[in-house]
Design a protein around this ligand. Structure first.
Ligand code: SF4
Length: 363
């Protein structure tokens, strides 16, 4: 993955005492730091504000709650997951990224400085519900690791999560920025996961991300350092020859990592709202992702026709089972009908799926 070097770091008043500020100052010695009383609204005169905002980094206090329930998608089976938003937006550029629409009115690439509040809020929740096993991810509106060499977030929070008896923290990424994790002891409480696609898809639609081999090398290093791993085949893309590419990718993954240390795999096909499609047409006009046939689903997202989705998932599941007969596999944002056709069952509710995933990973 290419190194990230912002044109400037904008620091909101009250963030200078944060460890994130100190880490940024150390990691970006040649970058100007601009101090402002209030960051206000993200402002741009560019005809691509979303792309422009990826060039500079904002450090500010987060004023609301850090933790929330993953919103999931209407009518789809959900996996009872919680998210912590420690940052917003991402320095990489995937053509299909839903943040282009979700953050259209607030596109600043922002990191939150009050990590102490994040830890206090999480500790309060985990302590209140010691009988419940939480899965918490940080990759909902940012990439969990792409900024880590500069902000040092992992070294500030992994030691806290490592000591909690009822949580698994998932760090989800398309980068290879794992150095900050390697010297820490996760004590079985941290899963590092990669969104995976064949190199052909990465080249065409996952700009500025790590290559497939770089992601795998990083996964191997994390596994050797004691982390659990996970992989998300999401978004799966259908194109002429996809079967050969995805099958080879699955085989390659399991030739590099030990399948017994893989906590889970997920599968999900490409999905976009009509609004996101319009943005993609403007920002990535040559992407072939706009040309495939899709149907509008009850959650307002466009997906491939259901029979095609089921066929894709069944094929992937077959290749996964050849390499790892026992690894836990689930579908992301899919309907009960699709679950039933792929696995022969559908979880009765989100708690059941969450509990199944927790059961295979908690020890
Ligand atoms: S890595 Fe994830 S968050 Fe970043 S641009 Fe790609 S899809 Fe969006």
């Amino acid at each position: 993955m290419k190194s990230f070097c912002p044109s400037e770091v904008i620091v909101e008043g009250g963030s200078e005492a944060s460890p994130i500020y100190r880490n940024l100052k150390r990691a970006l010695p040649g970058v100007p730091f601009v101090h402002v009383a209030d960051i206000g609204e993200a402002f741009s005169t560019s005809d691509d504000p979303f792309g422009e905002h990826k060039q500079r980094l904002v450090l500010a206090r987060h004023k609301g709650d850090f933790l929330k329930k993953c919103p999931g998608s209407d009518g789809q089976v959900c996996c009872n997951y919680f998210v912590i938003n420690f940052a917003s937006n991402c320095p990489m550029e995937c053509s299909y990224c839903y943040l282009q629409e979700y953050l259209a009115d607030n596109p600043a690439l922002k990191v939150f400085s009050n990590v102490d509040d994040l830890v206090a809020e999480t500790h309060a929740l985990l302590s209140r519900h010691r009988g419940f096993f939480f899965r918490i991810g940080t990759g909902e509106i940012t990439d969990s690791l792409a900024l880590d060499p500069y902000i040092g977030f992992c070294k500030e929070v992994v030691p806290f999560f490592a000591e909690q008896p009822n949580v698994l923290l998932e760090l989800k990424t398309k980068s290879d920025k794992v150095e900050g994790l390697l010297g820490l002891d996760p004590k079985g409480r941290v899963v590092v996961s990669w969104s995976m696609n064949p190199q052909r898809v990465i080249d065409a639609d996952e700009h500025l991300t790590a290559s497939l081999e770089e992601r795998l090398a990083a996964a191997r290093r994390c596994q050797e350092a004691g982390y659990k791993l996970a992989f998300h085949f999401d978004p799966m893309i259908e194109y002429p020859g996809w079967e050969g590419d995805y099958r080879a990718m699955v085989e390659r993954i399991f030739s590099v990592v030990d399948h017994r240390r893989v906590a889970w795999l997920s599968m999900g096909v490409l999905r976009e709202t009509p609004g996101l499609k319009r943005i993609m047409r403007r920002r990535f006009s040559s992407t072939r992702l706009l040309s495939g046939e899709q149907v509008l689903c009850p959650d307002g997202k466009m997906r491939y026709f259901q029979p095609l989705r089921v066929a894709m998932y069944r094929k992937m599941l077959g290749w996964i089972r050849e390499a790892s007969p026992t690894v836990f596999v689930y579908l992301c944002m899919e309907s009960r009908e699709v679950w039933e056709q792929v696995f022969g069952f559908a979880p009765s509710c989100e708690k059941e799926l969450g509990a199944r995933i927790a059961a295979v990973t908690r020890y």
